[in-house]
Design a binder for this molecule. Structure first.
Ligand code: NG1
Length: 521
C-alpha cells in the first residue's frame, strides 16, 4: 500500500462494516478476471463489452498501456425509499449495470484526460496541478462534474494527495435518470480510479488500494458537490455489493452494510424503466432537495416542540428523524408513540408556509433560508411536514418488517405466502411514496399497476422516483410472460418506436451483484 494512502480519512462519515467479513473484505477487491465480477449469465456480453472498451482505449491513446479498469455498479433499492438521509436503514442491492473507467497512469504530461465512449459527452482535460482547488460549477449540468466530485473526494480523504497523469476512457451502462444510481456509480468509480492511480504511480502495484468504508464515506460527501443533497444509500450499495445478496445498509450510529441472502427460491426481481428521465440535478429544488429540507426541518421542529434537546447533525446539514426516534426512545416513547406525536405537532394537513415554519422553529425566515435553503436552493409554497414525516417513519418500520421476514425461511411448501407477505410490504411502500412523499408519477404508477395485475407479488418505484424505474418481485415461473406483458402494456403503447435492444435495456431481470472492483491488466 502506498504510504500516502495509509492516512486517516479526514471528512468521511464514521464508518464500520459487517463484522462477519474478513479484513481482506474491507478493501475494494483487485481482480484479474471478469468471472469474479459478473454472474455466469452476464459474463459473455460483459467480456465483449470490456474488450470493446480496451479497444476504444487503444484508439484514444495509441501505444499506451491500459493499466487497470475501475468499476462501480448501479443499484436497485428493494425497500426503504427516501429514508437514508433521515439515517434509517435501507435495503438495496448492486446490479450488473455499471460504470467502467479504463486508465493508463502516466508519468509525462501532468494531465488528467477523460474520454467517454458515449459521444454525447465531450472529452475533457485538466492539469493535475489545478485539481486541488478545482471548482465544480453545480449550476451547470456537465458530465465531468461527477469525475471532479471523485477528485474532491480524493482530497477530502488525503489532503496532500498527488494525483498523477491519468489517461482515461469511460464507459457507463446505467441509463442516467433511471433511478438506478448512475451518478453515484460514476463518482465511486472516479474516486476509486484516482486512488488506484496514486498507488500505481508510486508502487506500480495495486493491493489494498482503499477500504470500502473510506470509499463510500468519501463518495457520499463529495457527490454533494454536483448540487444534490444526497443520502448514502447509492454509494453504499455500489461499493459494498455482494453477489446473491441484498444489503441492509445502516447509517446510524455508524455506516455498516450487512449482506442478507434471500431465503427460498422461485422468485426474481424485474426492473422496468419508465424511460421518464428523473434528473435530480434539474428538479432538485422542487423534488429531491426540497424533500431533504422538509424532513430535516420537520425533525428539528419535532425536537424543539417535544423538548428532545439538540439532535445529532447529519453531515453538517441538520437533524434527522432517526435522531427524533432516539430522543423519544430515551424518554420511553416507542416508534408508534413517535408517529402519534408527529401527527399532533403537524396537525395542518395542508402544510406550512415559510412564515409558519419560522415560527415553529423560533428563527427568522432569513435564518431558515440561509441555513437550509441556500447551498441547495429550493422552491415551495408550503412545506408538507406531516406527510413527509409519516412516510419516513412508516417506511423505516417497513424495512424492519421486510428484514425480519427475510431472516426467516418460508414455511415448508408455502413460499407463496412468504413472497406475498414481502410483496405486500413493497406495495405499502409504493402507496406511501405516491401519497405521502409525492415522488411517484403516472408512468411509474402505470407500470406498478400492470405488474400487480400480471402476477407480481409486489411492485414499487425504486430510487428517487419522479420517473426512473420500478422493481417488481415476481414468481420465477412467470418471468418471461410478465416481461412480455409489460412490454405490450406499457412500452409498445407509450413508446412504439423503441427497438428490441432498447426494450431489452428498459426491462430486465436483475441479480444482486458485486460492488466496486479494480481489474488489473
Ligand atoms: P437515485 O436518484 O435513484 O439515484 C436518490 C439518492 C439516494 C436516496 C434515493 C431515494 C443520490 C445520489 N441518491 O437515488 O441517496 O435518497 O434517492 O431513496 O442522491
Amino acid at each position: 500500500m502506498s504510504p500516502s494512502l495509509q492516512q486517516k480519512p479526514s471528512t468521511t462519515q464514521s464508518s464500520g462494516s459487517d463484522s462477519t467479513m474478513s479484513s481482506k473484505d474491507h478493501y475494494v477487491p483487485v481482480l484479474d478476471s471478469l468471472s469474479s465480477v459478473y454472474s455466469a449469465s452476464a459474463l459473455p456480453a460483459q467480456e465483449q463489452r470490456w474488450k470493446g472498451l480496451a479497444d476504444a482505449f487503444t484508439k484514444s491513446f495509441p501505444g499506451e498501456k491500459l493499466d487497470f479498469i475501475a468499476r462501480s455498479p448501479g443499484r436497485v433499492n428493494i425497500i426503504g425509499e427516501h429514508i437514508d438521509y433521515s439515517l434509517f436503514d435501507v435495503l438495496p442491492m448492486a446490479i450488473t449495470q455499471d460504470v467502467l473507467i479504463a486508465v493508463h497512469v502516466g508519468e509525462g504530461d501532468g494531465k488528467v484526460i477523460l474520454h467517454n465512449t458515449d459521444k454525447q459527452f465531450p472529452s475533457r482535460e485538466y492539469d493535475t496541478a489545478s485539481l486541488k482547488d478545482i471548482a465544480i460549477d453545480a449550476t451547470v449540468h456537465e458530465w465531468s462534474n461527477y469525475f471532479l466530485s471523485g477528485v474532491k473526494g480524493a482530497f477530502a480523504l488525503i489532503e496532500d494527495i498527488k494525483i498523477p497523469s491519468m489517461h482515461c476512457v469511460i464507459n457507463g451502462r446505467i441509463p442516467t435518470g433511471s433511478g438506478l444510481s448512475s451518478s453515484s456509480a460514476f463518482v465511486c468509480a472516479a474516486l476509486l480510479s484516482i486512488l488506484a492511480s496514486v498507488q500505481f504511480n508510486s508502487t506500480k502495484s495495486l493491493t489494498d488500494v482503499v477500504t470500502k468504508s473510506d470509499l463510500v464515506g468519501s463518495a457520499i460527501v463529495s457527490e454533494r458537490n454536483v448540487g444534490v443533497n444526497s443520502g448514502g444509500m447509492d454509494q453504499s450499495a455500489s461499493v459494498f455489493g455482494v453477489p446473491g445478496h441484498t444489503l441492509r445498509v445502516q447509517f446510524y450510529p455508524t455506516l455498516k452494510a450487512t449482506p442478507i441472502a434471500f431465503q427460498g427460491e422461485g422468485f426474481a426481481f424485474v426492473i422496468a424503466n419508465t424511460l421518464v428521465v428523473a434528473d435530480k440535478f434539474v428538479t432538485g429544488p422542487i423534488h429531491y432537495n426540497l424533500r431533504v429540507v422538509e424532513t430535516t426541518v420537520g425533525a428539528e421542529i419535532i425536537a424543539r416542540v417535544c423538548n428532545l434537546g439538540p439532535l445529532p447533525i447529519r453531515d453538517g446539514f441538520g437533524g434527522t428523524f432517526r435522531g427524533v426516534v432516539e430522543g423519544f426512545k430515551a424518554k420511553g416513547v416507542d416508534f408508534n408513540g413517535v408517529i402519534e406525536e408527529v401527527k399532533k405537532v403537524f396537525s395542518k394537513e395542508e402544510g406550512y408556509t415559510l412564515a409558519e415554519t419560522a415560527e415553529l422553529m423560533g428563527q427568522s425566515e432569513a435564518e431558515l433560508v440561509k441555513k437550509y435553503m441556500t447551498r441547495f436552493p429550493i422552491r415551495a409554497e408550503r412545506f408538507q411536514f406531516r406527510k413527509r414525516a409519516l412516510h419516513v417513519l412508516e417506511e423505516a418500520q417497513r424495512v424492519e418488517q421486510f428484514c425480519q421476514l427475510l431472516g426467516k425461511a418460508p414455511a415448508k411448501g408455502d413460499t407463496e405466502t412468504y413472497f406475498a407477505a414481502l410483496g405486500n410490504i413493497m406495495q405499502a411502500s409504493h402507496k406511501s411514496c405516491k401519497e405521502q412523499f409525492d415522488c411517484s408519477c403516472d408512468e411509474l404508477d402505470q407500470i406498478v399497476g400492470l405488474a400487480m395485475a400480471n402476477g407480481a407479488y409486489g411492485s414499487r418505484l425504486t430510487g428517487a422516483g419522479w420517473g426512473g424505474s420500478t422493481v417488481s418481485l415476481v414468481p420465477k415461473s412467470i418471468v418471461s410472460h410478465f416481461v412480455k406483458t409489460l412490454k405490450e402494456g406499457y412500452y409498445l403503447k407509450r413508446l412504439p418506436g423503441l427497438t428490441e435492444e432498447e426494450l431489452d435495456d428498459a426491462i430486465c431481470v436483475t441479480e444482486p451483484g458485486l460492488g466496486s472492483a479494480i481489474v488489473e491488466y
